[in-house]
Design a binder for this molecule. Structure first.
Ligand code: FAD
Length: 420
């Protein structure tokens, strides 16, 4: 009988892990209390960037100098809720340490590049096999800056990207506005990364991936995992709220909710929710041609199947706190200063707001590897800002670990116990 694997969580990471495990000849059950592709998952509402060049972790040298201001400004692009500060402090200290030197950032960039380098092609293949080829585009991604000087202020990040093989085209004002006619004239410089791509509807993509996994033989169980039944180091079952699912192996791919499950498998992992928001404007008056990273507004504007999605903001407030929809309003209010043809006010029924939880480790690298309690349990969580793009290679590696094969990339940088 084939090894039976329960994949806990059906976001992008879990859905593709299920597909790769089935391809490796394993029997698979997908377990999630939510709907595939549903709004509960970060994979639903992200900016859709398949940015193989997103190798720079969020913490950068000198971030500690900005922390007091960030804590004081509840509506800034990175905010920490006062009442959550005591709980977040250990994570924040590790976050600051992870970005303390350029050398640490370069090490993370090398690791992330190995995970992301060919992600747009991998997702293109998956979308084709899942019957939704139209959801993945590979026409590049565009960073826009008010001036070349603003781009040069980002020199450390771009130098590290170049050292990792990322190539780009620099667009002067005329070339930028030929490419993006709807863009405000105050943007005078652009950086086009041709190797990257984007997903035009991440929720629909994940739903299609789960449906594809089911056609390959995956079982679906609508339940919330709570822990593991382990005897003498061997996994017997995944425990759920009301039941147990007997199995030989499990994958923890529950996104920002994975910390509690890892604790049940004897691992203390510093995983925090970097809460993010999006606003979708239905039937917008104008659309960008390509997804844009708008440097001065610290947001991404992506042309989606469902409308214009503007996503961003980082809020450290835990998994349970109520959304602060003023953050979504900030994203919306930036829009006319990016696309002058958009109105200042939209009728409420043309806007859709969303809050999601980036599953973030302090160093910006996911946890991929075996649990302490049992090598039958494989971790695949903590992808922070790069979980959509990073899901494809992660899933291949997960299947290799489950099958006892050597992983195709070095896993030391993603060791779940590197924080111990
Ligand atoms: C505003 C925003 C913009 C972003 N933009 C991008 C981007 O452009 N590109 C990119 O690559 N990444 C982006 N990200 C990050 C990306 O969305 C996440 O890293 C990624 O979706 C994480 O995928 P996941 O499968 O690990 O987790 P999730 O998508 O969160 O899925 C986890 C699943 O586990 C389930 N679950 C939770 N607990 C349990 C349990 N106990 N038992 C069973 N199931 C459980 C949940 O219901 C959920 O379906 C963005 C995130 C945000 C918030």
């Amino acid at each position: 009988m084939n090894r039976h694997v329960v994949v806990i969580g059906a976001g992008a990471v879990g859905a593709i892990s299920a597909i790769e495990a089935l391809r490796a000849g394993l029997r698979v059950t997908l377990l999630d209390p939510g709907l595939p592709g549903g709004e509960q998952a970060a994979s639903y509402g992200n900016a859709g960037w398949l940015s193989s060049h997103s190798v720079i972790p969020p913490a950068e040298p000198g971030v500690w100098r900005r922390l007091p201001r960030l804590i004081m400004d509840p509506l800034g692009p990175l905010a920490i809720r006062w009442n959550y500060l005591p709980q977040a402090t250990p994570w924040l200290l590790r976050y600051i340490a992870a970005g303390w030197t350029a050398a640490r950032i370069a090490a993370t960039a090398r690791a992330l590049r190995s995970l992301l380098v060919d992600a747009p092609a991998l997702h293109e293949g998956l979308a084709r096999q899942a019957g939704v080829p139209q959801l993945i585009e590979r026409r590049g991604l565009l960073h826009v800056y008010p001036s070349r000087a603003d781009f040069e202020a980002d020199a450390l990040a771009w130098t590290i990207r170049r050292d990792n093989g990322v190539r780009w085209l620099e667009l002067d004002a005329a070339a930028l506005h030929r490419q993006e006619r709807a863009l405000h004239p105050r943007y005078q410089f652009g950086v086009l990364v041709p190797e990257a791509g984007h997903c035009r509807n991440p929720g629909a993509y994940v739903a299609a991936l789960v449906a594809y996994a089911r056609t390959l033989g995956a079982q679906w169980v609508s339940a919330r995992a709570t822990g593991f039944h382990i005897e003498r180091g061997r996994l017997q079952a995944v425990r759920c709220d009301d039941t147990e699912v007997a199995c030989d192996a499990a994958v923890v791919a529950a996104g920002a909710h994975s910390k509690a499950l890892a604790a049940r498998a004897q691992d203390r992992v510093p995983l925090e929710s970097e809460r993010g928001y999006h606003v979708v404007v239905e039937s917008p008056e104008v659309m960008p041609q390509l997804p844009l990273m708008v440097s001065d507004c610290k947001l991404i504007a992506t042309p989606m199947e469902t409308g214009l999605r503007v996503a961003g903001q980082v809020e450290i407030a835990g998994l349970g706190a109520a959304p602060d929809w003023r953050r979504a309003d900030i994203l919306r209010d930036h829009l006319p200063s990016i696309f002058p043809a958009l109105p200042r006010e939209f009728p409420r029924d043309r806007l859709h707001n969303w809050l999601g939880h980036r599953p973030s480790t302090p160093d910006g690298r996911p946890c991929i590897g075996f649990a302490r309690a049992s090598s039958d349990i494989v971790y695949a969580f903590g992808h922070g800002h790069v979980g959509l793009v990073g899901s494809a290679r992660t899933a291949r590696v997960v299947a290799q670990l489950l099958s006892g094969c050597a992983p195709e990339i070095p896993l030391a940088p993603f060791d779940p116990r590197r924080f111990a």
